[in-house]
Design a binder for this molecule. Structure first.
Ligand code: GLA
Length: 666
């Protein structure tokens, strides 16, 4: 809770865009909404250092004091995601270069190469100066380093750093040549100097090089974070340090690995689907964050993570901002908190009059505080205060989905059998099936401790090294159940295909051999023998010990297995060789979970009511978030913290509302 015993509530606040009079009004409004944490200074570099080495801290001094007097704590940012114009002018060699060699210019944000020494030096300097001035300020709750690390670059600094990183990773050129299969298309390297970043090239690029480039950037950006963190820690070891993760397939960050270096995992989450999809995306993002947080230090209770940014009243669909319906902001916040977030933070506090994001959503919108959004913000502040006691509760789940950053990157390469392959989409489909079936699930990465899970789901775990294959086998041998989907186990950690039939790493576990892929065209379906359809993908599965659960019907695969089950050791391994439609996937997941002895969180909850339980010792809290448009009666016993009323056998969850029941002990 970082400080005041409450869940965190607030958002990005940009006082540098406003007059001191607005600061005062804002602090009063924050108090009215019961805001207790704001992120300050995220993009304020040019206001803090208007010229090299000339600092203007008077305004920030005043702002922090004002917040402190108002009882509001601060996540103070280092402003390094947006270097000032003077920096770009003085260091044109630190501006980023795209894959096709275009040097980008100042005019937006993130115009730097994180491998450029001049940028790193300037970033360290402003961090040091900020640490020096504010590390012991009483308003300081945490440091918020940078903003959404994720930029890459192809300049000469980046190429040099890439070569040293490769030398470290592969040891020598023979190993690199083997890993990248450079015998193909005459790409054999005989000198490190011949290797560049994967710049735009004539035709398909080398998959090993593309994959290592993503890994390189994950490590390089992490090093940039760590050097700032160390300066901040040195100034005051008691103040936690974090950075806000941005999610998305383009992001070259291995979030689970980064979690070891942050004091709490912080994510920004912006769903892109309007209908139920926003709720499903919210649940997955929160489960991912909790999974990553298991790799961090935490504070000895639950894994520590925080929803650092979300949009108050918009859903950003491609091409249009959708206005959230009344109550949806609170439901999304509760869904995150049900899944372990230590609060609900927003981008942003007050909507700006100008600038590139002038129409982005805010708790105080352009209309001002006399608005639906602000009234909902005030209500949300009350809700969060009423449920603060849930904070130490650990989310209960007996199912886990395996997520792997590198598999996601590798499935973005050109030259794959279909353009519709996407690790995150497959993780989402599996998670959606569980969400719709009412199961709570954790998200883990290969190698995590998984003994506690009855069912492990591996959606398109394309890169499977020997250690990961052993890890899955061990789990099943000891009685665990696993549901593996197509594309898992196909390639090794360098994205080299494992030979002898797919999925090379997992054939023995699954008791089968896949002889051939049959990727489906967009919109094409295959029929399945127990009803339902498969999309995106299908394949020729030859059982070698596995039994057929569902077969393909019609077409060239008629009668061949689509879904199989194989006893292995004391456990069971399922294989799904196509992407079942959502309802078929839901039913399949329920069947596999039941076989593993796992049930939904709240069997009586109807579709559209999200149920999650958090537990701490003897205490437990049942979150019921009703995304439907009618009241729902759900069996429960205890006290509904939102209404402060006893629950005796049943709680009525209002349409579009929620209940958080402190459960009566059994
Ligand atoms: C991100 C950034 C913010 C802002 C929001 C807009 O999460 O961190 O600075 O750009 O998106 O939605």
């Amino acid at each position: 809770m970082w400080g005041d015993g409450r869940l965190c509530y607030g958002g990005d606040w940009n006082p540098e865009q406003w007059s001191p009079q607005v600061w005062r009004e804002d602090v009063a409004l924050m108090r009215q909404a019961r805001v207790n944490l704001v992120s300050v200074g995220v993009f304020a570099w040019s206001r803090l250092e208007p010229a090299p080495g000339r600092y203007t801290f008077d305004w920030l001094d005043e702002v922090l004091d004002l917040l402190h007097d108002g009882g509001i704590r601060v996540a103070l940012a280092t402003p390094t995601a947006s270097p000032p114009p003077w920096f770009s002018l003085a260091h044109p060699g630190a501006l980023p270069v795209t894959a096709d060699g275009v040097r980008l210019h100042h005019g937006s944000r993130d115009t730097y190469c994180a491998a450029a020494p001049a940028y790193r030096t300037a970033a360290r300097r402003i961090t040091e100066v900020l640490a020096d001035r504010y590390a012991t300020h009483p308003a300081l709750a945490m440091w918020h380093v940078h903003n959404e690390y994720g930029t890459t670059c192809h300049c000469e600094h980046a190429a040099t750093a890439f070569r040293s990183w490769l030398a470290q990773r592969h040891g020598d050129l023979d190993a690199l040549n083997a890993a990248w299969v450079t015998s193909f298309w005459s790409q054999h390297y005989s000198d490190w100097a011949q290797i560049s970043t994967p710049r735009a090239t004539q035709y398909l690029a080398n998959p090993g090089q593309l994959l290592d480039f993503r890994r390189f950037w994950s490590d390089t950006l992490l090093a940039a974070y760590v050097e700032q963190r160390d300066l901040l820690r040195a100034a005051n070891p008691r103040v936690p340090v974090t950075t806000n993760y941005v999610l998305g397939g383009w992001v070259p960050v291995d979030h689970a690995r980064w979690a070891r270096e942050v004091d709490l995992v912080a994510i920004d989450h912006y769903p892109s689907a309007v209908d139920g999809g926003a709720e499903e995306q919210t649940a997955l993002a929160a489960d991912l964050a909790r999974g990553w947080a298991r790799h961090g230090a935490g504070d000895g209770t639950a894994p520590a993570w925080l929803l650092m940014e979300s949009a108050p009243n918009h859903i950003y669909t491609p091409g249009r901002m959708h206005t959230k319906e009344p109550g949806r902001m609170a439901r999304h916040s509760l869904s995150h908190i049900a899944r372990g977030s230590r609060g609900a933070m927003f981008f942003q506090w007050r909507a700006p009059a100008g600038g590139a994001e002038r129409f982005h959503s805010a708790l105080v919108p352009h209309a001002g505080p006399d608005s639906r959004v602000f009234r909902e913000a005030v209500r949300l502040g009350g809700i969060l205060d009423r449920i603060a006691e849930v904070d130490p509760g650990v989310v209960e789940a007996s199912v886990a989905i395996v997520w792997d950053a590198a598999s996601g990157w590798a499935l973005q390469h050109p030259g794959l059998p279909s353009a519709s392959l996407d690790h995150h989409a497959e993780v989402s489909a599996a998670h959606r099936a569980l969400w719709r079936a009412g199961y709570a699930c954790d998200v883990v990465v290969p190698g995590d401790a998984v003994e506690a899970y009855r069912l492990l789901v591996l959606p398109a775990l394309y890169l499977t090294c020997d250690a990961t294959a052993d890890w899955v086998r061990r789990h099943v041998r000891h009685g665990g159940h696993v549901l593996v989907t197509w594309l898992s186990g196909v390639a090794d950690e360098h994205a080299r295909v494992r030979l002898g039939g797919y999925p090379g790493a997992l054939r023995d576990l699954l008791g089968l051999r896949v002889e051939e892929f049959h990727p489906l065209a967009e919109g094409e379906q295959v029929l399945l023998s127990r009803g339902g359809t498969g999309r995106v993908w299908s394949e020729t599965v030859r059982p070698a010990g596995a039994e057929t659960v569902t077969a393909y019907v019609g077409g060239v695969l008629d009668g061949l297995p689509a879904v199989t089950r194989h006893r292995y050791g004391a456990g069971t391994a399922w294989y799904v060789s196509t992407r079942p439609d959502d309802e078929t996937y839901r039913r399949l997941m329920v069947e596999a979970a039941r076989a593993a002895g796992v049930g939904p969180v709240c069997p009586a909850a109807p579709p559209g009511v999200e149920a999650v339980r958090r537990r701490a010792g003897e205490a437990s809290w049942l979150f019921l978030v009703n995304h439907t448009d009618r009241p729902q009666r759900i069996p429960a016993d205890g006290v509904d913290l939102l209404t402060d009323t006893p629950v005796d056998g049943e709680v009525v969850v209002p349409a579009g509302g929620a209940a958080v029941v402190r459960e009566a002990p059994d």
